[in-house]
Design a protein around this ligand. Structure first.
Ligand code: EPU
Length: 436
């Protein structure tokens, strides 16, 4: 990971113009893993060129994939799994663990590195591993690897997740599409990116049913074939650009933004004084009145997404009154607010649950609610990005602030946002990338 670049940002300009969303990071990475389930060629359109995808391309290449990228098209073909052991890529991101199911299905054994990802709490993978055991896999863990094996085929099972985890739901789907018999996942996650994975698997020949109450049923089939798929637009990018429009008092048309992926966000944006219009195949965002405070709780889809709270909270520093955000998905995702306070914000992070949603962190000592008092003028500062989404909070804060900010650790931002400097400059931002 390169850590020798910084962004220099001068704030105070409204961002105005039109921008096109890249394909969703959190779909593209899983779709690449899904292609390991077939020995035929798969083609993706709208494929994002971001750091996290490069890690997964490396993973697939180690396993035997031939990959070609042409503009935003990506062609991937894994005629043969050349090895079932991935000896590198430790703690780079959270995707390698999802290769366990495809490898077990094709080869009966797998060894993949321990997951990494953002520093936003402990992020256990117990549900991934328990689910694979329920499907008949034997699992061993050491400091560096997860090792899995199965004699014969994985066998369908009834699995109930203790929490609707995105990754664990994907793990079960990827492991059970080629399993023997029927698998049900109760209390599954239903994020749009999971629906995109299901659509792609259907095109490959899978049989997957969506039931009521977060139940997904997978009927195992003996073989999957190649498929072509256009990746859904990145809703996290959409929210970032919407917040940039409203926070800088600009006006941005976000092409590709899909209303049905953003329902909760659009409601909260309007509550605080932002406005939007669904036009053509995009959404236009602007500020309709002076911003006012709101109370928000993050949740699994279709709730307010945890990946949206960072730009939203940063925007709330400009809203009149006292806002709060109760983070119910991750126990430690407000670290970036220390930097916002250095820039002049008034944010207090507390252990209490500031809201009514059921919360796994109730009575635990973890800083998972934030109180934001505003409006507060922000001034430029030296910032270090702790994780990808916090990076967008930093960029947004720097663009609102008076004066110059220096943002380091920008490889975290590059993991998830394609050509961010070029695209923000196109909207009128004063931002440049410099080498240390
Ligand atoms: N969890 C467990 N055990 C497990 C799995 C998860 O306790 O076996 C807990 C986690 O610790 C967390 C909660 O369940 O408290 C939710 O985790 P989930 O599994 O849903 O998240 P994930 O699959 O690891 C994906 C995205 C995240 C996004 C979350 C929630 C990817 C690669 N990552 O993570 O995106 O925040 O879902 O929607 O898809 C990002 O893009 O910046 C990012 C962090």
């Amino acid at each position: 990971m390169e850590d020798n670049e910084k962004f220099i940002v001068r704030g105070g300009r409204p961002l105005v113009g039109e921008i096109k969303l890249a394909g969703a990071k959190n779909a593209a990475t899983k779709l690449l893993v899904a292609t390991l389930l077939t020995d035929e060629e798969c083609i993706f359109e709208n494929f994002p060129r971001i750091g996290d995808v490069e890690v997964v391309k490396e993973l697939c290449a180690i396993l035997g994939s031939e990959i070609r990228a042409i503009d935003s098209h990506l062609v991937i073909h894994t005629p043969e799994i050349k090895t079932t052991r991935v000896a590198s890529l430790h703690r780079r991101n959270r995707i390698p663990i999802l290769a366990l199911g495809p490898l077990l299905n094709r080869k009966g054994e797998a060894e993949v590195p321990i997951v990494g990802g953002d520093k936003i709490g402990p992020r256990p993978v117990d549900m991934h591993l328990e689910s694979l055991k329920e499907l008949g896999a034997k699992i061993e863990i050491n400091d560096n690897f997860y090792r899995a094996s199965v004699s014969g085929r994985l066998k369908g099972a009834d699995i109930t997740l203790k929490y609707p985890s995105v990754g664990a739901t994907e793990q079960v789907i990827l492991a059970s599409v080629l399993a023997d018999g029927k698998t049900t996942v109760s209390n599954s996650a239903v994020e749009p990116e999971i629906m995109d994975l299901i659509k792609f698997l259907q095109k490959m020949g899978a049989i997957i049913e969506l039931g009521t109450n977060r139940t997904i049923t997978i009927h195992g089939v003996p073989k999957l074939h190649g498929a072509r798929h256009k990746i859904l637009p990145d809703r996290n990018e959409a929210v970032s650009f919407a917040c940039l429009a409203v926070a800088t008092n600009g006006r941005i048309l976000v092409n590709g933004a899909e209303q049905d992926h953003l329902i909760t966000f659009l409601n909260d944006l309007r509550r605080i004084g932002g406005e939007y219009e669904v036009v053509g195949d995009g959404i236009l965002f602007w500020r309709a009145r002076p911003l006012t405070a709101v109370r928000i709780e993050t949740d699994t889809h279709p709730g307010f997404m945890t990946d949206w709270q960072q730009p939203f909270l940063t925007m709330l520093t400009q809203a009149n009154g006292e806002s709060s955000i109760h983070e119910t998905v991750y126990e430690d995702r407000f670290g970036y607010t220390r930097d916002l306070n250095l820039m002049g914000a008034d944010i207090k992070v507390v252990d209490a649950c500031l809201g009514n949603l059921p919360c796994r962190f109730k009575d635990k000592k973890c800083p998972h609610s934030a109180i934001v008092k505003g409006p507060t003028p922000l001034h430029g500062a030296k910032l270090k990005v702790p994780d990808l989404r916090a990076g967008m909070a930093h960029i947004l804060a720097a663009l609102i602030a008076e004066g110059e900010s220096e943002i380091s650790g920008v490889f975290e931002i590059d993991r998830g946002y394609e050509k961010i400097v070029e695209r923000l400059s196109f909207l009128g931002a004063d931002i440049k990338r410099v080498s240390n």
